[in-house]
Ligand binder design. Structure first.
Ligand SMILES: N[C@H](Cc1ccc(I)cc1)C(=O)NO
Ligand SMILES: [Zn+2]
Ligand SMILES: [Zn+2]
Length: 291
């Protein structure tokens, strides 16, 4: 049962979060020629994110950052863990994908900025991390932030990670995917996707939005296929949610091209900020539950 009772902790943190921080990370990530899973840009972006998250963690002994090595390609996924205080065997996962792709084919020198898809998701996670550390938040459950490799080529990084968690019998109580958060293509602010997700958790997310972000309008839609990394966790039987930037018909037309740039989302991250705030509320409400 999803209890919403962390207002005293969450509301002050929400006002600390800034779109400009998210925008800077989007720019930093989209400056790599590409972040494709087999190129040096893809490898370098992974190493950059690991050191970025390590810096933000600022020496907290309960926070570790690791790279998950994938045997059959070069780009590593990045996993940050905030160890729970007294209910650490229960795990909350927030994910986004690190890689980018150009639909015309992606080699070492092909430009694929991937600003919206999905630097915007990684940047949202980064701002959540910064805010949690600034607020000295210590979760009772373990919280993991994941930047997946190789999403664009068949959700391959998250598939390997989700399988390894299932094999280890890890009790993941919920997963949220942030893939494309900065292009406001349709009337509503956040679209909760209903396929490859968990309906009870989706109701919880909707309730989080009405509690913490009451001015936002929520819609629902479906992908019709395994459209992002949440599907990897869903396949392993875990509860997932995928809040998305727009409706299916109005999604960002620039993705997977050289034009998926920060400028083409208005050189601002106001839409992503809504997702970062929602995802922080999700992390803290779930993360604060005891055994
Ligand atoms: N296919 C997904 C993007 C995507 C996801 C949902 C919808 I609706 C439209 C497009 C992708 O490229 N993820 O990286
Ligand atoms: Zn994509
Ligand atoms: Zn994506």
């Amino acid at each position: 049962s999803y209890v919403i009772d962390q207002q005293a902790v969450i509301n002050p943190m929400l006002s600390q979060m800034q779109a400009s921080n998210i925008g800077q990370t989007i720019v930093d990530l989209s400056n790599y020629t590409n972040r494709y899973y087999t190129t040096s840009g893809g490898v370098n972006a992974s190493n950059w994110l690991k050191s970025r998250w390590t810096t933000i963690a600022n020496g907290r002994s309960d926070i570790t950052v690791e790279q998950f090595t994938h045997a059959s390609w070069a780009q590593k996924s990045v996993i940050l863990t905030i160890k729970g205080t007294d209910n650490g065997n229960e795990v909350v996962v927030l994910g986004a994908h690190l890689d980018s792709i150009n639909q015309s084919g992606t080699s070492e020198t092909t430009r694929a900025p991937g600003a919206d898809d999905d630097a915007s998701g990684v940047a949202s996670l980064t701002e959540i991390l910064r805010t949690l550390v600034a607020g000295n938040y210590k979760p009772r459950r373990t919280i993991k932030l994941m930047a997946y490799a190789a999403e664009e080529v068949g959700l391959r990084g998250s598939a390997e990670i989700a399988k390894s968690f299932a094999n280890a019998g890890t009790n993941v109580v919920g997963v949220m995917q942030l893939d494309m958060t900065n292009y406001k293509g349709a009337a509503n602010d956040i679209y909760i996707f209903t396929d490859y997700t968990d309906s009870q958790q989706n109701t919880f997310v909707t309730n989080l939005i009405s509690t913490y972000l009451p001015t936002l309008k929520v819609g629902t839609d479906r992908c019709g296929y395994a459209c992002s990394d949440h599907a990897s966790w869903n396949a392993q039987g875990y509860a997932t949610s995928m809040p998305f930037e727009s409706s299916f018909s109005a999604d960002n037309p620039y993705i997977h091209t050289v034009n998926d740039t920060y400028a083409n989302t208005g050189s601002q991250a106001d839409h992503s900020l809504k997702f970062a705030r929602m995802a922080l509320a999700y992390a803290v409400e779930l993360g604060s539950d005891g055994p």
